[in-house]
Design a protein around this ligand. Structure first.
Ligand code: NAD
Length: 267
């Protein structure tokens, strides 16, 4: 453990797989206490718990559907009871239900907005209430707390065939920036991480064959597809005092995907 999050009380949502699982493990390795949220994949959550424990840290798995307001309230209360408070939330849980705009059902539109946008709002609101009540400097951090919303490069890049997902991430951007503006005077920091293409289950078809990966690389000037640890490292920084003066910003972790790589040749 490098100890930059020693004693930090943290909650990571959607942490039974992918970016959330990697972030939970990285937090544990940095000395944090980690509540590992999952919706249905208890095994995946327990895997993260074990990895944290093997690194000498403290963790436990907590079930909640982030789109369920009562479940989120109960989860945050439980975390605060177990850990004595909350210093960091990573609102990471998210999903895709893809369809062309002309074909998308209102159910698929609503479900993605419910999880990706309302779910992040509910978790951020519940955590912020506790952070404001704690106040700055009461825990191991200088701030009253750090909230990290897991957005996407699709908070700025339109994405045909994913109108619900892109709308949810565009919404996360203003959710984050408005909360940051509103809560800065109370000592709470709020920032987004916007990953580009990271190898996880959510986008497996985009990188799991050499042909697909080659095509994906056309969008990534840095020349490699991202991995979970690329994002987890950014989350550790945004959670820690190293970023204490940073709030209301988006940290793109995308190998340059947002630099409009198709303009590389100058046009
Ligand atoms: P993933 O599918 O492995 O992780 C998503 C997690 O969210 C899963 O563990 C899932 O169980 C959980 N989840 C879904 N609905 C939930 C709910 N209602 N309540 C609680 N948990 C729920 O994929 P990932 O790539 O690790 O995605 C994590 C986040 O990163 C998402 O918000 C996603 O939009 C974002 N993201 C990923 C990429 C990428 O390239 N992988 C790029 C940009 C943004």
């Amino acid at each position: 453990s490098d100890g930059v999050l020693a004693g930090y009380r943290t909650l990571v949502t959607g942490a039974s797989s992918g970016i959330g699982q990697g972030t939970a493990i990285a937090f544990g390795r940095s000395g944090a206490k980690v509540a590992v949220n999952y919706r249905s994949d208890r095994d995946g959550a327990e895997e993260a718990v074990r990895a944290v424990e093997e690194a000498g840290g403290e963790a436990y798995a907590v079930e909640a559907d982030v789109s369920d307001a009562d479940a989120v309230t109960a989860m945050v209360e439980e975390v605060c009871e177990r850990f004595g408070g909350i210093d960091v939330l990573v609102a990471n849980a998210g999903m895709q239900k893809d369809a062309a705009t002309l074909e998308m059902s209102v159910e698929d539109w609503r479900r993605v907005l419910d999880v990706n946008l309302t779910g992040q709002f509910l978790c951020a609101q519940a955590a912020a209430r506790r952070m404001v009540a704690q106040g700055p400097g009461a825990g191991p951090a200088r701030s009253a707390g750090s909230i990290i919303t897991m957005s996407s490069v699709h908070d700025v890049i339109p994405w045909a065939g994913h109108v619900n997902y892109a709308a949810s991430k565009g919404g996360v951007d203003m959710l984050m920036r408005t909360m940051a503006q509103e809560l800065a005077p109370r000592g709470v920091r709020v920032n987004s991480i916007s990953p580009g293409a990271i190898k996880t289950a959510i986008n497996e078809e985009a990188w799991s064959t050499p042909e697909a990966e080659q095509e994906l690389l056309q969008l990534i000037p840095y020349g490699r597809v991202g991995v979970v640890d690329d994002v987890a490292a950014a989350a550790v920084w945004l959670a820690s005092d190293a970023s204490d003066y940073v709030t209301g910003t988006v940290l793109y972790v995308d190998g340059g995907m947002t630099t409009y790589p198709s303009f590389r040749e100058g046009g």
